[in-house]
Design a protein around this ligand. Structure first.
Ligand SMILES: Cc1cc2nc3c(=O)[nH]c(=O)nc-3n(C[C@H](O)[C@H](O)[C@H](O)COP(=O)(O)OP(=O)(O)OC[C@H]3O[C@@H](n4cnc5c(N)ncnc54)[C@H](O)[C@@H]3O)c2cc1C
Length: 405
């Protein structure tokens, strides 16, 4: 087994694997990449969630040669409606609608289940001879101008260690990087339902006092639900017997798609906002949830992780082509400047949206409904929001513009 590498990536989730593929594409076979994740082991639990993949992220998957393998499983989001009411209201008036294309024939987002997308990324990485190890990164220490990374199956000396090891990043902790943020006291219940009638590619966001209840279209007559409640209420609902769970679900889902049947397992995810104080330490870069966790209200967490991967890959590839040290401060500072401001802005935006909508106040409801109604009458503003959600605005890394490195 190799004991030297250029980059060791801890974590083979979306962010870690996308970075590995981008580096392979930009720097070829002689660039040695190790991705370590205990979840590569056979029999690891699959991720039961589904994600909204923004247009920019889809362009990146196309540029990395992954999209073709998953396109058949991806449901375009053709439009989106937003309602705002109390749970007991019989009618849910629609305040805002978005038609979903950023360019002709290019939807602003697709829904896809996490497990097949992650499997396609891992298969592609394996095919491109990225060294995937079914083990954890347990420690690291500095060795002159290298970093020695301890894995469950031995030590590797590298120029750079990337922490893509998720929200509870052990590397972030060991590097002494604190996070700013807070828990919301809310959890998202996630499950999949089958329904009688087709969804026609429509995503629905019901803003209820406990938080957003999102119905997101999957391939076939199925939808993925992200249903926000207080932590205690979410734990109660997840533990209900099947028929009681169905009754609670129907009160929120409504009857617009006919009879519904729960077809997936249910699980509650605690929600919070956390941003790392720094996205770098000596020879270490943080990407994805290791660097930031946001509320899923706008479905942007994973898309931000892919943006990190694209920006870091571009900074590393540019440096390597100039013969510079790929783990040096110049590269890491470029990456950090690129991503920290954008991340903080998205964190503030999702936090504000959640606070504005997750409450019982009638006054706030009136004000936000007037606001939503105004936005609904302004096509230019709607088009701006669609382009923001699609991830195609700002200083967009090459891969997210669909360009190879
Ligand atoms: C309910 C919910 C719905 C969401 N919906 C959306 C959505 O629609 N769109 C969107 O963009 N985002 C969404 N998100 C956010 C998105 O799921 C996350 O941002 C994304 O999965 C993070 O990817 P990641 O690769 O950074 O981390 P993870 O997916 O958490 O991957 C981290 C990996 O690191 C591994 N690991 C951990 N410790 C170690 C170690 N020491 N060594 C090696 N490996 C290690 C783990 O096994 C894991 O595989 C949602 C989040 C929630 C909670």
């Amino acid at each position: 087994m190799a004991t030297r590498a250029d980059v060791v990536i801890a974590g083979g989730g979306f962010a870690g694997l996308a970075l590995a593929l981008a580096l392979r594409q930009g720097l070829g076979d002689s660039f040695r990449i190790v991705v370590a994740d205990p979840a590569f082991a056979a029999g690891a639990k699959p991720d039961l969630r589904a994600s909204a993949i923004a247009a920019a992220a889809r362009r990146m998957f196309e540029a990395l040669g992954v999209w073709d393998a998953v396109a058949k499983d991806a449901q375009p989001i053709l439009d989106m409606v937003v309602t705002d009411s109390k749970l007991e209201h019989a009618m849910r008036p629609v305040f805002l609608t978005f038609a979903g294309e950023i360019e002709e024939g290019e939807p602003f987002a697709h829904m896809i289940e996490n497990a097949p997308l992650n499997a396609a990324l891992a298969a592609n990485a394996r095919a491109q001879r990225v060294d995937l190890r079914a083990t954890a990164v347990t420690d690291f220490e500095y060795e002159g101008s290298r970093i020695a990374v301890s894995l469950g199956d031995g030590k590797i000396s590298a120029a750079l260690l990337v922490a893509a090891d998720g929200a509870k990043s052990r590397i972030r902790e060991q590097a002494g990087i604190a996070t700013h943020g807070w828990n919301y006291g809310q959890s998202a219940i996630v499950t999949t339902v089958a329904h009688e009638r087709p969804h026609e590619g429509r995503a629905v966001e019901h803003f209820l006092p406990a938080g957003p209840f999102a119905i997101l279209p999957l391939k076939g007559n199925r939808s993925s639900l992200v249903w926000t409640e207080t932590d205690a209420e979410a734990a109660r609902i997840v533990a209900l017997a099947d028929d009681e769970f169905h009754t609670e679900l129907e009160r929120r889902f409504g009857l617009h798609l006919g009879d519904i049947t729960v077809v997936g397992a249910r699980r509650a995810y605690p929600l919070g906002l956390f941003v790392a104080r720094s996205f770098m330490a000596d020879r270490i870069a943080l990407i994805g949830d290791a660097a930031h966790v946001i509320h899923p209200i706008a479905g942007q967490g994973l898309n931000m992780g892919l943006r990190d991967a694209a920006a870091l890959a571009e900074a590393i590839v540019d440096a390597a082509r100039l013969g510079l040290d790929i783990g040096g401060d110049v590269v890491l500072e470029r990456y950090q400047r690129w991503r920290r401001f954008d991340t903080a802005t998205m964190g503030v935006a999702t936090d504000g949206l959640n606070r504005l909508f997750s409450n019982e106040s009638d006054v706030l409801r009136l004000m936000r409904d007037v606001g939503l109604g105004l936005v609904d009458r302004m096509p230019a503003l709607k088009s701006f929001f669609i382009r923001e959600a699609a991830g195609v605005t700002g200083d967009v890394p090459k891969l997210l513009r669909g360009k190879a490195l």
